[in-house]
Design a protein around this ligand. Structure first.
Ligand SMILES: *[C@@H]1O[C@H](CO)[C@@H](O)[C@H](O)[C@H]1NC(C)=O
Length: 398
């Protein structure tokens, strides 16, 4: 198992182009992608996955600082770089760029996605989609009007591991769904105090950054939206009382289902000495048992799906039966779809995103309605917590 894990991780992060699944002859003309910002997320989220996708070329990068753009372009073998105050716009004005990847700070998602769509580019947009649901709706409406593909990059949804969890719930094997509890936390110290995640005007907050996953996963696994926020308790960050370092919220969902989410950008160390372990889990209680996934966000690294089934024993006492599943590709989960054990969630996502642009049917999709609803419930949790919504962008498209 250790050897297979190491091999999987090696191929995930250092894929050789010989691992490319489709032969270059059958693949259609590659799409040229441009990246807004020399972001640290772009290598795992796009640049590395693109290496094994024959229809993707990461062609351009733009950064405010031209030197930074140049160094980044060189390091990642990107042909074009743009910099300076007009750098982002120059990238959008480049007719060679067909698709824009927008991993800018949350507060800039709306402005630059609107500008990219206006320039006629498809957009792969980092989560959360924007600071507000209304801005999210507007971006998707513009994409529809211009007949362009826009998708919020909820990469974990494209991985077969979470899809397997949903299939177990939907199969009825464990009986009626009762509750879902999602957690995504990291110990204090990993995210620095001056990180953009703590900056309100840039759309900061734990609910925005990590909570958007927990909420999305709650809505995905339950197959529905909450009906109300029951409680929402934030721990403010030390730098800004309107920015949540952590957020815990509970929800009513249809059919008497209870939901809860916890996200934390810096769990204080125990006694100030022992770092808390990161938590990346979803626990689903059903009448006939439980399914628990550990690491639903980056399952390629390692994950377990633990299924505990209740059954009545001989003497009438309830016994349980437990099995562990690991689903690194669709075949493992007895599902349909392309992919390899070493594919990162982002690689699965890129496959679907390109399929959509090319007019093929993606294995799955994160829809406009899904993204708008996720932002609506983020706003409702912020309202309930007393912190209030993140500030709307001041940008308007002419
Ligand atoms: C938040 O970001 C904005 C825009 O980059 C910046 O002007 C401001 O100083 C930042 N605020 C804090 C508290 O760092």
């Amino acid at each position: 198992m250790v050897v297979s894990t190491i091999k999987r991780l090696y191929n995930a992060f250092f894929p050789s182009t010989s691992l490319t699944v489709q032969s270059t002859e059958t693949a259609s003309r590659p799409l040229k992608f441009g990246i807004l910002g020399a972001a640290a997320i772009a290598p795992p989220a796009l640049i590395i996955p693109a290496k094994t996708h024959p229809e993707v070329v990461v062609y351009a990068v733009a950064a405010r600082d031209v030197k930074r753009a140049e160094v980044y372009a060189q390091k990642h073998g990107i042909e074009k770089f743009y910099g300076g105050a007009e750098g982002y716009q120059k990238l959008l004005d480049d007719p060679e760029v067909e698709v824009v990847y927008n991993p800018l700070p949350n507060g800039l998602h709306y402005e630059w996605t609107m500008k990219a769509l206006a320039a006629g580019k498809h957009v792969l947009l980092e989560k959360p989609a924007a600071d507000t649901a209304e801005e999210t709706r507007q971006m998707f409406e513009l994409a529809e009007k211009k007949n362009l593909v826009l998708m919020e990059a909820f990469h974990y949804r494209f991985h077969p591991a979470i899809q397997r969890v949903k299939a177990i719930i939907d199969s009825g094997e464990l009986g009626r769904l009762k509750s879902i509890e999602n957690k995504l936390t990291t110990p204090a110290g990993f995210i620095k105090k001056d990180d953009i995640r703590f900056n309100l005007s840039l759309g900061g907050g734990s609910l925005m950054d990590m909570g958007c996953y927990t909420l999305n996963c709650l809505r995905y696994l339950s197959g529905t939206n909450p009906t109300q926020v029951l409680t929402a308790v934030a721990s403010p960050s030390t730098s800004d009382s309107k920015v949540d370092r952590s957020m815990t919220a509970t929800f009513d969902l249809p059919n008497d289902v209870f939901g809860s989410i916890t996200c934390d950008l810096g769990v204080p160390w125990r006694f100030g000495l022992i770092p808390a372990l990161p938590q990346v889990s979803s626990t689903v209680e059903c009448e006939g048992g439980q399914v628990h996934i550990m690491n639903f966000v980056l399952p390629t690294l390692y994950h377990t799906i633990k299924v505990t089934k209740k059954k009545s024993g001989n003497d009438g006492k309830t016994e349980t039966e437990t099995r562990i599943e690991q689903v690194y590709n669709f075949a493992d989960g007895k599902m349909e779809g392309k992919g390899e054990d070493w594919w990162l969630t982002y690689r699965y996502q890129l496959e679907a995103f390109v399929d959509k642009i090319k007019g093929r049917t993606p294995q799955t999709w994160v829809s406009k309605e899904d993204s708008v609803a996720n932002m609506e419930w983020i706003e409702r949790v912020y309202a309930k917590s007393g912190l209030g919504a993140r500030p709307k962008s001041t940008f308007t498209l002419n």
